[in-house]
Ligand binder design. Structure first.
Ligand SMILES: Cc1cc2nc3c(=O)[nH]c(=O)nc-3n(C[C@H](O)[C@H](O)[C@H](O)COP(=O)(O)OP(=O)(O)OC[C@H]3O[C@@H](n4cnc5c(N)ncnc54)[C@H](O)[C@@H]3O)c2cc1C
Length: 386
């Protein structure tokens, strides 16, 4: 038995309906704009609630401008984090070099906000305007001339005029529409673990510290009320692990970091607590085209820039904003809108990806003694740019 809230007949009659897969930055921002452009919007999110955790999101430039157009810039500014210092440490906790984030007298506005605070702000902006189905995923997509017929994991079959894949690095929509995701994944040679813990004391508030040995780095972000515990390690190729097996991922971290000095033993205590952490390979998504028919991808799903870029959250919001501009420009021609969206955004995405691929890894976790020495030289010379 299938139910359908929006039928093909309704789509033909001009009723614009949109399905968004994923309720994180790309999905919530896309849903916001689609609603504002007059679509009736459904979001499906595979998790049972918003997926929380993660390092803060950098807000500057076009992201601020788009949040302003969404009427959210003040709400985001209210939650801006204090400026943060960034120190590179050796095993004895001596500081090898430091830089500031957000405390330079910059010509333009720039700050950070906790990932969860930005999620809450975006979610509050759409939750009464769009339908959000948690614990649901797209199972099948059939595109016809007038719309897309979608099967959901709860057995519903619904018809939509447009579908937006905002479901992240391992996008389900990308897999269903463009084929197995691996062909688009550009592995950057490492893995990243991040856990947010509610206690403090490992380092001062409003400070980040990084300790690196060849191929491995341990990172702490300290705030007034919480601490981020981060680990990154390099590998020659991809390692064989189960993306859903949290115990196996904890073991991987122990294999890499047991026996290291600095604050690593205390940090490892937090790894064993529960399954609420982020662990993924460091990769980018590089696709020849982000759209197919009535389906397009936004954020990590279409063009993940990798955690090394420090720009994933902003890119998702910029992507949604640019997509909205394109849909507004071509309200009756989704093909033209999707082409315009990609043509306008792709050069910027490629620039950010290129920067992360060339500088990111060597700066955050140098592979060997030579790269480590070069990083330390840059630190001393003040050539390090964050
Ligand atoms: C819990 C979490 C922690 C993170 N921590 C960091 C971090 O510390 N540093 C960093 O650089 N980046 C981190 N990221 C990635 C960062 O959020 C993204 O790079 C950036 O925000 C781009 O946003 P996005 O909306 O495109 O993708 P994401 O934020 O990854 O969101 C994708 C959303 O789609 C949902 N989803 C996945 N599969 C399906 C499906 N089959 N059906 C429906 N929904 C689905 C996910 O549950 C998620 O809510 C994290 C992501 C998550 C989900």
């Amino acid at each position: 038995m299938h139910s359908s809230t929006v039928t093909l007949a309704a789509i033909k009659a001009g009723h614009k309906s949109a399905l968004v897969s994923g309720a994180s930055f790309a999905g919530l921002a896309t849903a916001y704009w689609l609603n504002r452009l007059g679509h009736s919007v459904t979001i499906v999110e595979t998790a049972s609630e918003l997926r929380r955790g993660g390092t803060p999101v950098d807000i500057e430039g076009e992201t601020i401008e788009i949040l302003g157009r969404m009427g959210l810039a003040d709400a985001v500014r209210t939650k801006a984090l204090p400026p943060r210092g960034f120190e590179f440490k050796d095993a004895d906790d001596a500081t090898l070099g430091s830089i500031g984030i957000g405390n330079e007298q910059e010509a333009h506005e720039r700050y950070e906000i906790h990932r969860d605070d930005l999620l809450d702000i975006l979610s509050a902006a759409v939750k009464d305007e769009v339908e959000i189905l948690f614990g649901q995923s797209i199972v099948e997509l059939d595109e016809g001339r007038d719309g897309v017929s979608v099967s959901l994991s709860n057995g519903d079959r619904r018809d939509y005029a447009l579908v937006f894949g905002c479901d992240g690095n391992r996008s389900n929509t990308r897999k269903l529409v463009f084929g197995e995701g691996e062909q688009f994944a550009y592995f950057m040679g490492g893995y990243f673990f991040l856990k947010v813990v509610p206690h403090i004391g490992l380092l001062p508030a409003n400070m980040s510290q990084v300790y690196s040995v060849p191929g491995r780095m341990a990172m702490l972000n300290g705030y007034e009320d919480r601490t981020d515990i981060g680990f990154g390690f390099r590998t020659i190729g991809e390692i064989d692990y189960n993306y859903r097996n949290r115990a196996q991922q904890r073991r991987l971290i122990h294999d890499q970091f047991d026996g290291l000095g600095w604050k690593v033993p205390a940090m490892l205590d937090s790894v064993d607590g529960d399954d609420d952490f982020y662990f993924d390979r460091i990769n980018q998504i590089r696709m020849p085209c982000w759209s197919h028919g009535r389906v397009t991808l936004v954020g990590d799903a279409g063009y993940c820039v990798s955690p090394l870029a420090g720009f994933g959250g902003s890119m998702a919001i910029i992507g949604a904003g640019r997509l909205a501009d394109a849909l507004e420009r071509y309200p009756d021609d989704h093909g033209a809108a999707f082409r315009h969206y990609e043509n306008e955004l792709r050069p910027f995405v490629e620039e950010v990806q290129e920067r992360a691929a060339t500088n990111g890894l060597a700066m955050m976790f140098p592979a060997d003694e030579t790269e480590l020495a070069e990083r330390d030289r840059k630190l001393l010379a003040g050539e390090m740019d964050m």
